[in-house]
Write a protein that binds this ligand. Structure first.
Ligand code: NAP
Length: 323
């Protein structure tokens, strides 16, 4: 048990494999003006944490630190209890149960985390337990694409069983869109439970020959391509992806179609994390959004959690229990 001014945190000082992570005693953060300190009960290990640890793709170093990581503790999702208020914070009280995202400085793989009170943080709706409130990361990435959808639109979500895909199905349905979801055999029942209108098994069916077209085809798992999905797109249809694509094709085509003004291929960058968290809080309160959870790990088992996430086989979200 660390002394009062110390806490347990998972620290990394160089980019690399999960072996670069170690559990240490570090000083507890103190909230600055406008910040709250959260006693973190749960976080996640997600693909953003995993990519940041490995500095992948290499140009991400422009944001995360050129030679060494500028943040020493990963963890983007948090859920916990407000335990200390910085000056001029009136939106939260000590003891509030909150969840959110720390999208720039991470830091949630630790017992305490300071975040701006006007940032990506909201009260946990109802009596949802902390470990079911860590739903931010996948939804934030999904929201970059699903915000383009409305009631009279149709979308196909490829890879609807990951953190981004499971969130995308629910956010697209919340926007009123018609949703077709593509998953493998072991997840075949999941998209319907999340509200999808049609489910396609990529292991037994040709998902590019469905006899219907879409306004948006969203590759939520980085496993298909614009050229493969082109027959599914209607005349002004958009191919959106969360990954670089084969041979960086999504970057190359995204730049090309961006220059032509059509935006036919896009990697939507996640934006407005505070707005996304507020929307998730509203949708969860209305019973219209829930996290889909895979395994959970203790903080001391985090290396195993990263190894599992790096396999690219998780169903939804991998939780880290902290307090
Ligand atoms: N660079 C970054 O910072 C960053 C951040 C976030 C996300 N991303 C990218 O976004 C993508 C999605 O992230 P995520 O967290 O949602 O992924 P994830 O949770 O790791 O996705 C895993 C899911 O994908 C399914 N899957 C695997 N192969 C598939 C295939 N060929 N076709 C369809 N589904 C397949 C798996 O189930 P089955 O194998 O049983 O089908 C599993 O349920 C990843 O490519 C990730 O690299 C990048």
């Amino acid at each position: 048990m660390p002394a009062n001014n110390l806490m347990n945190a998972v620290v990394f000082e160089r980019y690399g494999s999960p072996d670069a992570l170690s559990l240490r005693d570090v000083p507890r953060p103190v909230p600055s003006k406008g910040e709250v300190r959260v006693k973190v009960h749960a976080s996640t290990v997600n693909r953003t944490d995993a990519a940041t640890l490995r500095a992948y793709p290499f140009f991400a170093r422009a944001m995360t630190g050129l030679l060494r990581p500028k943040m020493r503790t990963l963890g983007m999702d948090f859920a916990g209890e407000v335990d200390l208020l910085g000056e001029e914070v009136s939106a939260f009280e000590v003891g509030d149960h909150v969840f959110g995202l720390s999208p720039d400085m991470f830091g949630a793989h630790a017992e305490y985390l300071c975040v701006p009170a006007n940032g990506a943080i909201a009260r946990i709706p109802g009596d949802l337990p902390f470990h079911q409130a860590v739903v931010g990361e996948g939804a934030w990435y999904a929201n970059g694409t699903t915000k383009l959808l409305s009631e009279d639109t149709r979308c196909l979500i490829y890879g609807a069983s990951g953190a981004i895909g499971t969130a995308a199905v629910q956010l697209a349905k919340a926007n009123g869109a018609h949703v077709a979801a593509v998953v493998g055999t072991r997840h075949i029942n999941l998209p319907k439970e999340l509200g999808a209108d049609r489910v396609v098994n990529y292991e037994t069916e040709d998902f590019t020959a469905l006899g219907e077209t879409f306004d948006i085809v969203f590759d939520a798992v980085g496993k298909t391509s614009f050229f493969r999905c082109r027959p599914l797109l209607n005349k002004d249809g958009i191919f959106a992806a969360t990954d670089l694509g084969p041979g960086w094709s999504n970057i190359i085509l995204g730049s090309f179609y961006g220059a032509t003004g059509s935006g036919r291929v896009r990697i939507p960058f996640p934006e407005d994390a505070p707005g996304c968290i507020r929307r998730l809080a509203d949708l969860m309160a209305q019973g219209r959004f829930r996290g889909v959870f895979d395994r959970s790990y203790q903080l001391g088992e985090i290396v195993d959690a990263f190894r599992y996430v790096e396999e690219g086989q998780k169903t939804g979200i991998v939780v880290v229990n902290i307090c």
